[in-house]
Ligand binder design. Structure first.
Ligand SMILES: Cc1cc2nc3c(=O)[nH]c(=O)nc-3n(C[C@H](O)[C@H](O)[C@H](O)COP(=O)(O)O)c2cc1C
Length: 333
């Protein structure tokens, strides 16, 4: 059995398994807790608007709440003005984040249009100011999540990473895509490796890891301190257990059978409804349900009906239907 070891971000020790990537509107508290139950080593919140927080938006504050079971966990801020991000960092103190992460990778036009997210890749001076101001105001380590550049002609991951390190960041997450790629094409792990070689702070590798073998490949290809999984966890929180098991033993754990998948899905629904109430919770479970049944017999038909799921009982009945359709076989459907 191999010992997986730890990476240290400031004073925070994180097991070198896989971390869950921040995903706005997807990786909410229930989703994160599911991944944590399966051994995700580190969690990051959905991105939080620095301005929203400073101006007292109540929805924004809700995003900052950390369940003790989620630790170690980062709260992620986005913003384009150093003073706001700094003030927001100070306002996070009552929530006691283990780490504050700054989003410099979001490609969404609304965010980029305001000069935040991946727009900061084009303005390293401003990005550094934001980091300095955040470090000054945060009571915890500050990290940055970035992409490798704006577009293929402007790949500046190494220069940008060095600037961010000099500004006081304690670690960097690098998603190996450019802004203009959004989520298409493949993540360039060579660029992540270059950043890792160029800086002295831990680098978290991210992009296109969705199973245990790919996670090990990311570690060995890039030399990164930690690997982060986003979309590969859709409907598969057990991927984190599979990663840990593989890294520790070299043996692959199979995916759970259909009954277990449905049990996990309902546990996820219970948590979601507990936090958001049944009505909103089940509404939000519709896309999760579609992910949990992906690849199972009858999935496309059942996915088509997911808009009709309104109550926990509806979801339980749908789970029974999935089990019945897959009794003894798990073919693509
Ligand atoms: C639905 C969705 C929401 C996301 N929201 C955020 C976010 O709030 N903050 C952030 O830094 N990255 C966000 N990302 C990017 C992911 O954290 C990650 O970098 C990206 O999905 C690549 O990793 P993957 O290939 O493992 O999915 C989001 C991605 C998706 C698909």
């Amino acid at each position: 059995m191999n010992s997986i070891g730890y990476v240290k971000i400031g004073n925070v020790s994180i097991p070198r398994t896989a971390a869950l990537a921040p995903m706005a509107s997807v990786a909410d508290r229930a989703y994160r807790l599911m991944c944590k139950e399966y051994g995700a080593g580190y969690l990051v919140s959905e991105m939080i608007s620095a301005k929203g927080l400073v101006y007292g938006d109540s929805k924004t504050a809700e995003l900052c709440t950390i369940d003790p079971r989620e630790r170690p966990m980062a709260l992620q801020l986005f913003g384009e003005e150093a003073v706001f991000v700094g003030r927001a960092a100070a306002m996070l103190a009552p929530f006691e984040p283990d780490i504050i992460d700054i989003n410099m990778g979001c490609p969404v036009p609304k965010i980029v249009g305001n000069g935040s997210g991946s727009a900061l890749l084009k303005d390293p001076k401003r990005a550094a100011e934001i980091v300095r101001e955040t470090v000054k105001n945060a009571g915890c380590p500050v990290t940055v999540k970035m992409r490798i550049g704006w577009d293929p002609e402007h790949i500046n991951a190494v220069e940008f990473a060095k600037i961010i390190e000099d500004a006081g960041a304690s670690a960097l997450t690098v998603h190996g895509r450019t802004r203009t790629q959004f989520y298409s094409g493949t993540a360039d792990w060579d660029r992540i490796a270059e950043v890792k070689r160029a800086v002295n702070i831990p680098v978290i590798g991210n992009g296109d890891v969705s199973n245990a073998k790919q996670c090990e490949d990311m570690y060995s290809h890039t030399g990164c301190g930690l690997v982060m999984i986003g979309r590969g966890s859709y409907g598969r929180p057990w991927v984190f257990e599979q990663v840990r098991h593989y890294l520790e033993t070299g043996k692959l754990l199979p995916d759970p059978d259909v009954r277990e998948r449905m049990r996990v899905m309902l546990r996820h629904a219970e948590l979601t409804c507990g936090f958001k109430g049944e009505r909103q919770g089940i509404k939000e479970m519709r896309h999760n349900f579609a992910w949990y049944i992906k690849g199972l017999r009858g999935a496309s038909r059942l996915r088509g009906k997911s808009g009709e799921l309104n109550t926990f009982e509806d979801l339980r009945a749908a789970a029974e239907e999935v089990i019945a359709a897959n009794d003894g076989s798990e073919e693509n459907g």
